[in-house]
Design a protein around this ligand. Structure first.
Ligand SMILES: O=c1ccn([C@@H]2O[C@H](COP(=O)(O)O)[C@@H](O)[C@H]2O)c(=O)[nH]1
Length: 291
């Protein structure tokens, strides 16, 4: 089964577009969890068990594990999801991008070592840096397009103009195409030959999400920035959903993981996740509960 098919099945069975980001930060763990062995895995497992019926995906961010030398606990977390809730796709947020020979190793790291279903990739170094990922036809390759952070505008909003037309365009005051739109077009028209590409579109940019939706058709978007970064749920769902009422993997990490710093953290995470799932569904034109 391809990643896109797996995602469609997960959207349908969970009736949810919500993804929970697994960004385990020891300093924010409840004391009883932080002091145990394998505390990162124990924390993640409690969150996963409390929320598995509310999500269409989980998204571990690799830096939170590798910074502590806790790759073993990342493997344990992924294996736990795959063995206990095999219908839930796992997205590794790694934002890899390097020359082709190194990209081959990054793709192996994600898809062979960690066995995840999809990985985030930075397109800045061009096609040869993304190609090794695209060759894993049944895996998802989620390419940064318009990221959720405020600094994203510094590069991704820069307007491009074809050189021959540049002077004419400047004279007429005509605007060029922003970099993020160019990336969206490039991915949709040239890189998606295996039908395994998705785009990262930050929840903090609803206008840009609507614009890119009009360029790439039904290509799914990973939408980080709901929750702690303040992305507006109504605007993002209205801007990004497809005619089928899906097309979005809306991700939140800290607002769910750290809803409580006490012994009831997993229960509090469930309450937050359920509220976010329901808020998203309120703005979907079509979803299972409404049919
Ligand atoms: O554009 C992007 C791409 C990735 N991220 C990642 O998502 C989570 C967001 O965490 P919150 O606590 O929900 O803010 C984090 O792992 C980022 O590395 C992003 O924020 N924006």
């Amino acid at each position: 089964m391809s990643f896109i098919q797996q995602l469609q099945a997960a959207w349908q069975s969970s009736d949810s577009l919500l993804c929970i980001g697994l960004d385990p930060d020891l300093e924010r763990f409840p004391q009883a969890v932080a002091s145990g062995n394998d505390s990162i895995f124990s924390f993640n497992r409690a969150i996963i068990d409390a929320t598995h019926d509310l999500v269409c995906a989980y998204k571990p961010q690799i830096a939170y594990f590798s910074a502590l030398g806790a790759e073993r606990q990342l493997e344990q977390t992924i294996t736990y999801i795959k063995s206990t809730y095999p219908h839930i796709p796992v997205i590794l947020d790694a934002k890899r991008g390097d020359i082709g020979s190194t990209a081959v190793q990054y793709a192996r790291e994600a898809f062979v070592r960690y066995q995840v279903d999809a990985v985030t990739v930075n397109p800045y170094m061009g096609f040869d840096s993304v190609q090794p990922f695209l060759e894993y036809q049944d895996k998802g390759v989620i390419i940064l397009c318009k990221t959720s952070n405020s600094g994203a505008a510094q590069l991704q909003e820069v307007e491009l103009q074809a050189q021959a037309q540049e002077v004419q365009a400047q004279q007429s005051g005509q605007k060029g195409e922003p970099v993020y739109e160019y990336i969206a077009r490039l991915v949709a028209e040239k890189w998606n030959f295996n039908h395994n590409c998705l785009l990262v579109m930050g929840a903090t940019w609803p206008q840009q999400v609507a614009r890119v939706r009009s360029i790439v058709g039904d290509m799914p978007f990973l939408v980080p920035g709901a929750g702690a970064q303040g992305g507006d749920i109504a605007s993002i769902v209205q801007a990004g959903q497809t005619a089928q009422g899906n097309g979005l993997i809306i991700s939140a990490s800290r607002s769910i993981l750290y809803a409580s710093a006490k012994h009831d953290f997993a229960e509090a995470a469930r309450t937050q996740a359920a509220a976010l799932k329901n808020a998203i569904n309120q703005h979907r034109t079509k979803h299972a509960a409404a049919l």
